[in-house]
Design a protein around this ligand. Structure first.
Ligand code: F6P
Length: 603
């Protein structure tokens, strides 16, 4: 089991590996299982929450044991990474009419964008032409806000891939779906399989192949599972590649933005880094080199989590803000700031949060983001991401109950950070900083002044031996871990999690609809049909389903779900008590902490 002694939290090996047992939640793929390590995260202190997240993250690097699951460091995974890196190298050496496309939905698509941008920038610095491109379900607006319905659309996936590849003769397509489940990505992989003369497909995900989603996709002859089977066959002749290590269940069940996102970033950055080194610095691609890079990522986790106290302080501050209905703002500089945008954008679908609850801002706004559709400000306030937007939209109404987090590194213009810190400090003393710097770098007077303005500063030191590019990737991963902890921990403290389930999730695509039904079954003990029926009643806000509703398909339900809130909590209260929707609603209004409302009925 896991024990907390003072501030030390340790888990024995059997608890760390409990999820690997064939008897553990056997009907669920790894990415949807609940993690035994976080069963009680809903009642944990900020410090304990961070320890639990650390233990969960460390599962990413556990060695393979037996034959149940291949892991990040398994031979097969490393060999496939080498093979994919060799394909990237070929394109880098002869980029004419060629492209590497990264694609995914939600966080997977956002990371596809981030990685494509990072390595195109590296190419520009070497005066080479860009070879990376990205697609994301829902287009660029999905970089900053949740757009779940397009994730269900394989045709949209296929068309958007065709569009970015127009005129190309050779395309390495890298589809990311942590759960091996997104129809958008399945459609893209299917296109690749139909045109092997142009496309070589690579699939990144974190379930074993047999756990790929096998649910029919409306209007399609294939399921994700079928696509994976075809890829497995072609992988024997290296015409397709599957990189699907297991990294263990997420700390919050199904929240693939966390470990799934981190592992995606780690895998792809290692592949691209070794490919670039092979193409431009004559460093051959070897399994040893890949393992070294993977181990360096593990070190990034260690360095980050050596700051547990500081991270816990941030979780506590952010949790307090959310509990009293106030907000958390990430104000960042450089590429770590983009991780702030990404983290903030995920809180709406994951926790049913409003966009104002946690927001990210980046110095330079869309100039820094450099997304392919350009500035999106005209789409509304949630797409305003520059520091100026923060100053105009948010700063005037800030007070001490709001938490502001500055995110910067030693390579940023510290005088600008100082200016912003001063402005924020006029409105709130609840100002904190995450600052990345390299070992041996002494703080300047200006940095000291910034520290004085902040209630806390998480000072993360990195080995000076790392190259500039790997340093940036480490800062990004570290920032991702810290912010994932802050936003997850704050929502846990707000009472949005029951045990380790996101109880107030939005039911805005087929995966989330199924997850919600399953959660209702688990917590109410009622049959699936009754749970789905009650879910629909809560979604349409009716006590009796009309023929119109029952004859509609899931797409219609999902569209309706975009405009409704608290669907799952309402359905659960109805299931547990047999009360009407109105009664359930008034109960939840009296007890807005969803966990406590639910608990009152469950006990
Ligand atoms: O459906 C929403 C979502 O769960 C996002 O939160 C997540 O980032 C995305 O789907 C991607 O899931 P996957 O990588 O498994 O396709």
């Amino acid at each position: 089991s896991c024990t907390m002694a003072g501030s030390d939290w340790t888990c024995d090996v059997s608890t760390m590996r409990e999820w690997e047992s064939p008897d553990y939640e056997p009907s669920l793929p790894v990415s949807e299982k609940s993690n035994p390590l976080t069963r009680d995260i809903d009642r944990a202190s900020p410090n304990h929450i961070v320890r639990m997240l650390q233990a969960c993250d460390s599962q990413m690097f556990q060695e393979e044991e037996g034959t149940t699951y291949q892991r990040l460091l398994s031979d097969n995974v490393v060999i496939t990474m080498m093979e994919v890196a060799e394909r990237v190298e070929l394109i880098l050496k002869d980029p004419q009419d060629s492209l590497v496309v990264l694609s995914g939905c939600g966080t997977s698509g956002r990371l596809a964008f981030l990685i494509a941008s990072t390595f195109n920038r590296a190419l520009r610095q070497l005066k080479q032409s860009s070879v990376y491109s990205y697609t994301i379900a829902g287009g660029d607006r999905a970089l900053l806000s949740s757009q779940e319905a397009p994730e269900d659309d394989p045709i949209l996936g296929m068309l958007s891939l065709k569009k970015v590849c127009e005129g190309k003769k050779r395309v390495l397509f890298i589809g990311i779906s942590c759960g091996l489940s997104a129809p958008f990505v399945a459609g893209q992989l299917d296109l690749c399989l139909q045109h092997p003369e142009v496309y070589t497909p690579v699939l990144i995900g974190f379930n074993p192949a047999h756990q790929a989603r096998d649910e029919p996709i409306p209007g399609c002859t294939f399921t994700f599972h079928n696509v994976v089977e075809r890829m497995q066959e072609l992988s024997k002749s290296q015409m397709a590649f599957l990189i699907n290590p297991s990294v263990g269940p997420e700390a919050i069940s199904g929240s693939s933005r966390m470990k799934g996102g981190s592992a995606t970033k780690i895998l792809l950055e290692v592949i691209m880094s070794v490919a670039h080194a092979a193409a431009f610095s004559k460093t051959p691609i070897t399994s040893k080199g890949i393992l070294q890079h993977l181990k360096a990522s593990e070190k990034t986790l260690d360095i980050t989590y050596s700051q547990t106290e500081g991270i816990s302080g941030l979780v506590e501050a952010a949790g307090k803000s959310l509990r009293c209905g106030r907000r958390v703002c990430y104000l960042g500089w450089g590429s770590p700031a983009v991780l702030g945008l990404i983290d903030a954008s995920e809180c709406n679908p994951t926790f049913g949060a409003a966009f104002e609850d946690i927001r990210g801002f980046v110095n330079g706004g869309y100039r820094e983001l450099n997304n392919s559709e350009g500035p999106l400000n005209s789409l509304g306030p949630e797409f305003c991401i520059a520091h100026e937007d923060f100053v105009h939209q948010v700063l005037p109404s800030l007070n001490d109950q709001d938490t502001v987090l500055l995110i910067y590194t030693h390579s940023d213009d510290v005088s600008e950070v100082m200016k912003m810190a001063r402005r924020v400090r006029e409105k709130t003393s609840n100002l904190h900083a995450v600052y990345h710097h390299v070992d041996g770098d002494t703080a300047t007077a200006l940095q000291e002044d910034i520290n004085k303005l902040c209630l806390s500063t998480l000072k993360v030191s990195w080995p000076s031996s790392a190259s500039a590019s790997s340093l940036h990737m480490q800062w990004e991963l570290s920032t991702k871990l810290v912010l994932n902890a802050v936003s997850t921990g704050a929502h846990v403290l707000k009472g949005k999690i029951y045990q380790n389930y996101m109880i107030d999730l939005q039911v805005t695509n087929s995966k989330l609809y199924r997850r919600a039904t399953r959660l209702l079954q688990k917590l109410s003990g009622r049959p699936e049909a009754q749970c789905e029926e009650t879910l629909l009643k809560a979604l349409y806000r009716v006590d009796k389903l009309t023929p119109d509703i029952t004859s509609s398909d899931m797409t219609a339900h999902i569209l309706t779900a975009r405009n409704t809130t608290k669907v799952v909590p309402l359905a659960l209260v109805c299931l547990l008590t047999g009360c009407s929707l109105e009664e359930a609603k008034s109960h939840l209004e009296q007890q807005p902490i969803v966990r406590e409302a639910v608990e009152a009925f469950l006990t």
